[in-house]
Every structure is written in C-alpha cells, then in structure tokens.
Design a protein around this ligand. Structure first.
Ligand code: NAI
Ligand code: MG
Length: 478
C-alpha cells in the first residue's frame, strides 16, 4: 500500500483514513491510499517551508541540477516498475505507460539541465547607479495533479519548480497517484533533502482544497476541470498568490481541400483516441472544408473503425476511461449525439475478452450538419470526435474559435499564406501546421487562452512562471 511522503518520511494520514483505489480495467478495488486531510497538508507545507530555510534552501543551482539529473536516471532505471504502476492505475496500454514514464524522466533531464543556466540581467540606468535583476524562488509551491497523465503532469509541474529552488507539496489525483508516490520515494533515495518534495494523497475536496486554501503556500499549479480551476483561483486570491491553470480544451483540426489526406487522417485518429481521449489537448473537433467533406470522412471513417479499446496487456489503440463517472459522462455524450441526430460515421470496437466491469467505451466518429451541438463545444474527455463542414477561411477561423476553450489548434493545408493566417487567427496557446502534437514536446511553451486557463508550462518559460525577480539597485555615485 502506498504511503504519503511528508518531511522525508513515508507516512499514513494523521487520522488514519484510507481510500480504495479502483482499477479502471475491471472496476475492482486493487489497493488503498492514505486519505490525507487538512492536518496532513499542514505538516507537508510546514516541512516544505522548513526545508527552504535549511537543507534544500542551501543547495546551489549546480547541486539542484545534479540531483534532478540523478532522479531522471533513477526514473529510467525503474521504468518497468513505474510503467506498471501507471498502467494499473489508469488502464493505459503498456506502450503508452512506458512512453509516459520516459517523458517524466525527460522533464527532470530538461529542467535539471536548466537549473544552473537561468541568468539575471544588468540594466543600464543612471550613471551613478548599478542595477541587477536576479531570479528567486517563489517559496512553497502547491501542485494539484490530474489522473489522465499522472507521471507526466507531475514532471511538468514539479520539475521546473524544483529547478528554481522552490519546495513542493503535491496533491495527486485520488484516481491515479501510485507512480507519483514512487517517484517521490526515488527522489529521497537519490538524496533530495526532507521537505523539498512532499506528496499528500487524498480527495480533491479534502486534501486538494486544504492545500489550495493553505495560508502559507506561495503558488498553485493546477490542471483539471474548469469548475475546480475557478475554485483554485478563488483560493489563491484569498492569500494573493499566483496560480497557473490548465483547464482543458476543445481543440480543432482545420482541414482544407489542398491538405494531404494520409498524414492528416493518421494524426486526427491518434489525436482523439490516444489515452482514450483523456487528453487536455485532444483534437476533439474536426472542421473540414465542404468541398472535400464526403471523400475525407469516408477515408477517415475507414481508419477510425480500426481503433480498439482493450486491457493494457492487449496493447491496443487505447484502454478504458479512468472511472465510473467518466464512463457515464462519455457514454452520455455519445447517447446525446445520437439523440440529436448527429450521424455516426464510424465506430471503433471494444476488444473481445475485456472484463465486463471495466470502463471501456466505444470510440465514436460523428458528423454534424453545423456547429450547434454541445458535443462541439464541451470537453467530452473521451474517444469521441465530431466533424462539421466549413466553406472558406473566414468561416474556418470563426468555427475554430466558437468554444470557450483555447488550448490548441491544428491546420492542414499546403498553402503557406493560409497556414500563417490560420495560425494567427486561431485563439489558442499552441497551433500546429500539418501535424498534431497533442501535448507536444516538453521544450515547447504550453498553456491556454480563454477558459483553457492561464500561465505557461513546459519550455524555459515555465522557469519564469515558477520564480520571481528581485531588482537590486545600488547607488554608488559618479
Ligand atoms: P477534477 O478537476 O475534479 O480533478 C483534477 C484534480 O483536482 C484532482 O487531483 C482532484 O483531486 C483535484 N480536485 C478536485 N476537487 C478539488 C477541490 N475542490 N480543491 C482542490 N483540488 C480538487 O476533474 P474530474 O472531476 O476528475 O474530471 C472532470 C472533467 O475535468 C473531465 O471530464 C475533463 O473534462 C476535465 N479534466 C481535465 C484535465 C486536463 O488535463 N485538462 C484533467 C482531468 C480532468
Ligand atoms: Mg471533480
């Protein structure tokens, strides 16, 4: 059974509560985790604060860099075990789980390598002054992690923070936290001092809310639903701390008549079915130029119908969705689409032999006559793609922007001018041209506009988000 990591110790919750962890593969309880509450969060925040004025705070950038790189190595050395935990927790195909753990290691390599390369500035000012701007950590950073990519999201949120010398308190999702707990243990094993990295498991409304509302944190990073994101921002506002919010999307592929069909179709299918559609950047809308609509949908449908949902060991296109709530939610959208007379163009299959009580859903490709259905504006978070036709560039931009979200977009066209006009016209934090990198490389600045949230993660810009400047002004006379 997993334990929490607080102040360098593996501990149970103070009150001793436990939560069942249910496997999405068969709907059965397979382990328990501590049910952390307010007092556990408080201990973790105290430990983090304490570490900043002792061991962890005394590390210089090179020391932080070396430890982070060592953790990257330890993650790769334990890849089999970590991928196995991730697979059991989420039901992902084994290949996907292994790829995710490799990305987790990459976060520690990338930000570990950057920890000692964050430069300050010298600013030309009046002749009798010298001015320098240095970067400082924010202090205690809180990280509330979702269940869709536990390991990757942990790396994305925590690695840049540690690189900048902050101390972290992490609240992983109650549905999937085992890989995160194990990585925090590995961090202790490679020499991270007590309190630098704490993990409090538990429910969102208990441990999560207590962490977000804690008066002694200096920053919150949150990825998850819009509803909880708004709560997080309100909690942050009470203590005037900054938050970075990534609240999902309704990202569109925009395919013009001059696009190369083959690569577009491969990317579109993968972009919605990978991770069972439980990806913030899933390409969940398809805007297709009317002149190629029927022909393209026919070819897309052929590929889409080859998708298979199965157990991790079957290693098919995708696994189950995470829990009963999501299972009901995704199936509810599919039923709503059918009730609204959207045309089912193609469906994948749930593989034979999956456990009857697993949360497997049928990948579904819909065609809609116009952009009015809520299947085209709301985040479904499942393998459900809805296509809709457009006439020209102007309408394509209008439809691409016709949701509250703004996380990502993709444009498929060989026309160079159109590529850039579309890239500039689409309201999103990332736009791909003739490709689709759901989530993208970790080197690429990432985040939303509109209701997809604010702040940027990944790339070097994350180091700025997770630190602050201090301007030191020296008067020395002429
Ligand atoms: P959620 O937003 O409730 O959960 C995400 C994280 O927030 C978890 O760690 C959870 O424990 C925590 N949390 C929940 N309530 C909290 C609170 N009051 N205070 C602090 N932390 C809290 O997401 P949920 O309900 O599991 O999924 C619902 C929908 O949210 C999904 O269908 C999807 O649309 C969206 N979502 C988006 C994600 C993304 O990557 N952008 C990830 C997960 C969910
Ligand atoms: Mg929720």
């Amino acid at each position: 059974m997993a334990k929490m990591i607080i102040n360098g110790q593996k501990v149970n919750a103070v009150q001793g509560g436990l939560l069942d962890v249910v496997s999405p593969i068969d709907g059965k309880v397979f382990t328990e985790i501590p049910r952390g509450q307010r007092e556990d969060v408080d201990l973790a925040v105290k430990a983090a604060r304490q570490s900043l004025s002792s061991d962890w705070g005394n590390f210089d950038p090179l020391g932080r860099s070396r430890l982070m790189l060592e953790l990257g190595v330890a993650i790769l050395e334990n890849l089999d075990e970590l991928a196995d935990l991730e697979m059991k927790d989420t039901g992902k195909p084994l290949a996907t789980a292994r790829a995710d753990i490799t990305v987790l290691a990459r976060y520690f390599e990338y930000y570990g390598g950057a920890a000692d390369k964050v430069l300050g500035q010298v600013i030309p000012y009046l002749n009798d002054y010298s001015v320098q701007v240095i970067r400082e950590p924010l202090g205690v950073t809180a990280h509330i992690i979702p269940w869709n990519y536990p390991a990757q999201m942990f790396g994305r949120s925590v690695a840049p923070s540690l690189a900048m010398g902050n101390a972290c308190v992490v609240k992983p999702a109650e549905d999937a936290c085992l890989s995160i707990v194990r990585v925090a243990e590995l961090a202790l094993e490679v020499g991270f001092p007590a309190g630098a990295l704490n993990v409090v498991t538990g429910l969102g409304e208990e441990a999560g809310a207590s962490l977000a509302e804690h008066p002694d944190i200096n920053f919150i990073s949150f990825t998850g639903s819009n509803q909880v994101g708004v709560f997080i921002q309100q909690a942050a506002a009470k203590h005037a701390v900054k938050c970075v919010l990534e609240l999902g999307g309704k990202s569109a592929h925009v395919v013009f008549e001059d696009a190369k069909f083959g690569p577009a179709i491969a990317a579109i299918v993968k972009g919605i079915v990978h991770n069972t559609g439980q990806t913030c950047t899933a390409g969940s809308r398809l805007l297709l130029q009317a002149s190629i609509y029927d022909e393209f949908m026919q070819e897309l449908g052929k590929e889409f119908s080859k998708t298979r949902a199965g157990t991790p060991e079957m290693d098919l296109t995708c696994g189950p969705v995470i829990n009963k709530n999501q299972f009901d939610r995704v199936n509810g959208y599919i039923e709503k689409g059918i009730a609204q007379n959207l045309k089912v163009v193609a469906q994948g299959q749930i593989a034979d032999g999956v456990p009857a009580d697993g949360y497997f859903v049928t990948p579904t490709l819909f065609s809609a006559p116009d952009h009015t259905s809520e299947l085209l504006t709301e985040e479904i978070f499942g393998p459900v793609l809805v296509a809709v036709p457009f006439k020209d560039e102007e309408e394509a931009i209008a439809l691409a922007n016709a949701t509250d979200y703004g996380l990502l977009g993709a444009v498929w066209t060989e026309n160079g001018g159109r590529q850039m006009r579309m890239a500039k016209g689409i309201q999103a934090g990332q736009v791909y041209i003739n490709g689709f990198g759901a989530g993208g490389g970790i080197e690429l600045p990432f985040g939303g506009v509109k209701r997809s949230g604010h702040g940027r993660e990944k790339g070097l810009v994350a180091l700025e988000e997770m630190s602050t400047t201090k301007t030191i002004v020296l008067f020395h006379g002429k």
